[in-house]
Design a protein around this ligand. Sequence first.
Ligand code: ACO
Length: 434
Amino acid sequence: MQAKGKATLEYTDGKTAEFPVFGGSIGPDVIDIRTLLGKTGMFTYDPGFLSTASCQSAITYIDGDEGVLLYRGYPIEQIAQHCDFLETAYLILNGELPTAAEKAEFDSTVTHHTMVHEQLTRFFSGFRRDAHPMAVMVGVVGALSAFYHDSLDINDANHRRVSAIRLIAKLPTIVAMSYKYTVGQPFVYPTNNLSYSANFMRMMFSVPTEEYKVNDVLVRALDRILILHADHEQNASTSTVRLAGSSGANPFACISTGIACLWGPAHGGANEACLHMLEELQARGGVEKLGEFIAQVKDKTSQVKLMGFGHRVYKNYDPRAKLMRETCHEVLTELGLHDDPLFKLAIALEKVALEDEYFVQRKLYPNVDFYSGIVQRALGIPTSMFTCIFALARTVGWIAQWTEMIADPEMKIGRPRQLYTGAARRDLTPIGQR
Ligand code: ACO
């Protein structure tokens, strides 16, 4: 990389140190501070990585102020309109859109890896029936590394490719199994004559006693959810996957760390939390109680947050939320649920919040989770499965980011430093004298 300039740091007693400045293809420049410790004896302090680029990446670009999201340079709106999920996955993994022949080959390869090793199915019976499906997912996806040893050499590009395909292909099967296990229904094996999303819906919802009918509008809605969640640059779970992978851990183990991180309510658990919030508000009186609820959200002592609002990077309307709102309308119309009280409540809540000074001042806009919970509920997906669907989609981003990192010659084991605030050196008093 060629430096485009330099930044000068003035520190203790007027000393100075210079650092190169690098520019990306778009977006803010970065100051390369890798030599900071050697030059100044100091670290940077940046909890939550608010101003730190942890890597270079060519996969996803976000302009949070403008509400822009690009996968490999293509706007999310165009991808959502013209591509299906596997085409999106191909793009994210390979950097370019596939030709029709490449797409057919990729679809076929993924389709022919959807079965899981039969012994893996026995893992499920070790979990309690009432276990959260994300708990099951963390365990079962991590366990994949015990089954697919033949693709674990991270330094072999073909092994990396095979692992990526296996993960993308098997995640829908594992997510559906996690669901079937909790409801006590038999696992449904994948079928090769359906699309990725249609196959997933069949594995989730069909039972041996009835023929499953694919609804194209609902399949398209699920596909869109997957597209919108496929990657989001260096978010918490992706950074977790990269950090785990930086030690040389195998890709299945790394993806299970991403799933664990995604589970948190500030990240992937937000759509579940958002739907709970809407249901609770509905039970308390719905639209009538909106004012009271918003007042509670604004009261810092209440610890109540407006779930589905706010984002670390977007300080504008999340472009995925706009697309999800559109999908929400399509699904509710298809199912004749347009008068759905939760949807009406969500629209009213969004309007009130967007006009309220508290949210305007802090640039808090709806994020993708605000509508995705309503869509998934309408598709018949239970709330506890929402984050699993997110994990299924994000597996594409995680594995693409992991692959990019392993191939990056600048990759180093991730090892942040700290500002130590504990006790200075002191001498110990033996227990009998304390
Ligand atoms: N409701 C009420 N107030 C909020 C909200 C919210 N949802 N989000 C942020 N704020 C307030 C904060 O209290 C803070 O106020 P202050 O300046 O008076 O102290 C201000 O807005 C700035 O917020 P931060 O917490 O500094 O923003 P940060 O970037 O750290 O947090 C986060 C982003 C975690 C997403 C936050 O907005 C949030 O918790 N939102 C709700 C959960 C959610 O929807 N998460 C989904 C994220 S998207 C995803 O993972 C796909």
